[in-house]
Design a protein around this ligand. Structure first.
Ligand SMILES: Cc1cc2nc3c(=O)[nH]c(=O)nc-3n(C[C@H](O)[C@H](O)[C@H](O)COP(=O)(O)OP(=O)(O)OC[C@H]3O[C@@H](n4cnc5c(N)ncnc54)[C@H](O)[C@@H]3O)c2cc1C
Length: 377
């Protein structure tokens, strides 16, 4: 019998492999990854500086340890270059492997703005352990760090850098931080809280060319302000990795298209995690991939099971000012906000006046279970 083959050893790939073994799949299992296959929790990358963790401390298990735990073959440093859905084969290096079922868990990649200037190529993004290792090394020699992108990841890195004693500037066109997930009052509360710890916000503007200046960088913002920094981090979002699937003729839209069973448009090929668009939704977070891995493992063990998502609030790791949000599924409806000195409580009601989202900041985050209960009523 040919193996179940998983491409990718991020949280999606490894969680699925663990789930398969937990559900007593006893057949052969092959994981193929472009990287070193270390098992780690990606969300910790934006809180690791303040905890003084390097890549070794973040590594929960090596590929060898995972291979032994999972009773699997793990091919590291092996980018897959082609999939032949008709032949049921994948190609990496000079190897062509035949699979029984194939799972694409190939993740997402940081969006790179079309930056100009002689320093543009040196702007960093952090989306995996190696990126973090490089970033951490450069941060050691940096006093001031500029972050392009005041979204969730940008704010988490700002929080981590502030706690590590760095000066932090945050630049972006948004009117308030994390504007795609938070209503204005909550975003302003975060802005104020991080400012009180030293963050300097340059909102409603964008950077110009990134020029080298001494040992650091300089950019003139569109609003005319000149900013300098020793290091620049770009955190403007991620996009699903889809080229491999596209080349293989799979349907790709906002990710690799799957149905509720995580089946792609090709027989015996599934997609899971950041790379997938499940029933039209790309959800690049841990909770959806956990739910997906569980359902997919059950399907691969012989009992067809569609993924069902629980209520999945997002805990934003701005530890200086915590936030929990359950973004509403639609833009229709309205927010009802209760600000207080200790934090913001916001409830979102849809067009039918049904509670369909919430936000809690600061001390109000202790009310998470109350809000989840209200949602489930
Ligand atoms: C800094 C940061 C903080 C975050 N914080 C949170 C949080 O607090 N809560 C939350 O829910 N989510 C958070 N997220 C998002 C979450 O971490 C991701 O949704 C999740 O880790 C994605 O896992 P994945 O396995 O789908 O993708 P990835 O981790 O990107 O893994 C993709 C894998 O595919 C491999 N690969 C890609 N192409 C190929 C190829 N051609 N051949 C072979 N291998 C290939 C890669 O080498 C890698 O092993 C955060 C993300 C970041 C960057």
């Amino acid at each position: 019998m040919n193996p179940i083959c998983i491409i990718g050893t991020g949280l999606a790939g490894y969680t699925l492999a663990k789930e398969l073994r937990r559900q007593k799949y006893s057949g052969s299992l092959v994981l193929i990854t472009a990287d070193e296959g270390r098992y780690y929790s990606k969300p910790l990358l934006s809180t690791a500086l303040a905890q003084n963790k390097d890549t070794t401390a973040l590594t929960l298990a090596t590929a060898e340890q995972m291979a032994s735990e999972l009773q699997a073959e793990i091919k590291t440093g092996s980018p897959v270059t082609a999939i032949e859905p008709q032949q049921h084969t994948v190609t990496f290096g000079s190897t062509c492997l035949t699979y029984d079922k194939l799972v694409l868990a190939i993740g997402s990649t940081p969006i790179r703005l079309p930056l100009t200037g002689d320093g543009a190529q040196e702007v960093l993004s952090v989306n995996n352990l190696d990126d973090y290792g490089h970033f951490r090394q450069l941060v050691q020699q940096s006093r001031r760090v500029a972050i392009i992108g005041p979204g969730l990841i940008g704010c988490e890195f700002a929080n981590d850098l502030l706690q590590s004693g760095r000066e932090v500037l945050i630049i972006g066109p948004d009117r308030w931080p994390i504007s795609s997930l938070l209503p204005e009052q909550a975003g302003r509360a975060v802005q104020q809280a991080l400012a009180s710890h030293g963050a300097v916000w340059h909102l409603e503007t964008v950077n110009g060319p990134i020029e080298k200046s001494g040992t650091g960088y300089r950019t003139v913002l569109k609003n005319g302000v000149t900013v300098t920094a020793d290091l620049i981090l770009s955190a403007v979002g991620v996009r699903p990795v889809t080229a491999l699937a596209q080349q293989a003729g799979l349907q790709v839209e906002r990710g690799i298209v799957t149905d509720g069973y995580l089946r792609t448009s090709a027989a015996d090929i599934f997609a899971l995690g950041d790379c997938a668009a499940v029933n039209g939704r790309n959800l690049p977070f841990v909770a959806p991939l956990m739910a997906g891995a569980k359902a997919l493992a059950t399907t691969l063990c012989g009992q067809e099971t569609a993924v069902t998502y629980p209520v999945m609030p997002i805990a934003i790791k701005t530890t200086l000012y915590p936030i929990i949000t359950l973004p509403p599924g639609t833009t229709e409806g309205h927010w009802e906000i209760e600000p207080s000195d200790s934090g913001v409580t916001g409830r979102h009601f849809n067009a039918q006046a049904i509670l369909d989202g919430f936000v809690l900041t600061g001390q109000a985050t202790t009310q998470k279970s109350v809000l989840i209960k209200e949602l489930n009523q």
